[in-house]
Design a protein around this ligand. Structure first.
Ligand SMILES: NC(=O)c1ccc[n+]([C@@H]2O[C@H](COP(=O)([O-])OP(=O)(O)OC[C@H]3O[C@@H](n4cnc5c(N)ncnc54)[C@H](OP(=O)(O)O)[C@@H]3O)[C@@H](O)[C@H]2O)c1
Length: 244
């Protein structure tokens, strides 16, 4: 596997208990890494039987990343860290993001937590000359009907990727991102399980299919690998051409 062999590396995937993050976690594990995932539920058993939540072979901790104190108090996943994947995300439908509660919650989980987790693990990443991959969205590149906080938080994530990439490069830490298009996960069931919306979305994807967690994992592996040694602060769009 050469440049994408992660044997011996310690990888934390925040939001790795489900969907895209779960696919990324297994891709690193399959390439030799030791992987810990964080999610919202108290214990790993709470994910038993859930579609898109395969925790086999992964360490797990429940950490509500919407609470900065919980991030600070979370147990260290390893002694040190080589790769930090930030794949947590949430959305509030029915115009809830136009209200204070919905706005605050989505901004806390999707944007604020990125900075708080990066701050927490920066000493470990500097020690290992490691890297960070921030999962944003093509929603951060344009308006998003009905979801102001989701779109703003994702635009913020892309901006933070640039600024941390610049700020920490001197210490050997690369910070990059990937911006998915439409991937079938529990976050997007409102679209993918609604025949008309699904059809409309598919018509807007030049590649002619929805993305998969494995598609996203390919980009994450690249960005965290030596193949991307000279890539920094960049967010790679992985959307089958949906944003073109
Ligand atoms: N699916 C898409 O089409 C799409 C497109 C663009 C961007 N994205 C982004 O991709 C990332 C992953 O989303 P997904 O589609 O894979 O959805 P998902 O299956 O719902 O996964 C979201 C992950 O974030 C975790 N999470 C949510 N709130 C949290 C909190 N307060 N504290 C800790 N963890 C929390 C979830 O934990 P639980 O498992 O416990 O719920 C889960 O692991 C998100 O950043 C999302 O915005 C997705």
């Amino acid at each position: 596997m050469g440049d994408t062999d992660f044997t011996g590396q310690r990888v934390l995937v925040v939001g790795g208990s489900s969907g895209i993050g779960n696919g990324i976690a297994h891709a690193f594990k399959a390439r030799g890494a030791t992987v810990c995932v964080w999610g919202t539920r108290a214990a790993r058993e709470d994910y038993a039987g859930l579609q898109g939540s395969d925790l086999s072979g992964l360490a797990y901790a429940g950490v509500d990343v919407g609470d900065p104190d919980a991030i600070d108090a979370a147990p260290a996943p390893f002694d040190g860290l080589d790769v930090l994947i930030l794949c947590q995300g949430t959305v509030v439908y029915n115009r809830g993001e136009f209200e204070r509660k919905g706005w605050d919650h989505v901004m806390a989980v999707n944007l604020d937590s990125l900075m708080h987790i990066c701050r927490r693990f920066k000493p470990d990443l500097a020690a290992s000359r490691g890297s960070v991959v921030i999962v944003s969205s093509i929603s951060g590149l344009k308006a998003n009907r009905g979801n102001p906080a989701y779109a703003a938080s994702k635009a913020g994530a892309i901006s933070l990727t640039r600024t941390l990439g610049q700020a920490w490069a001197g210490e050997g830490i690369r910070v990059n991102g990937l911006a998915p298009g439409l991937v079938d996960t529990k976050l997007t069931k409102v679209t993918t399980e609604h025949p008309k919306r699904r059809e409309g979305a598919l018509a807007a994807i030049p590649s002619g299919r929805l993305g998969t967690p494995a598609d996203m994992a390919g980009a994450a592996l690249f960005l965290a690998s030596p193949l991307a040694a000279y890539v920094n602060g960049h967010t790679l769009v992985v959307d089958g051409g949906m944003s073109l």
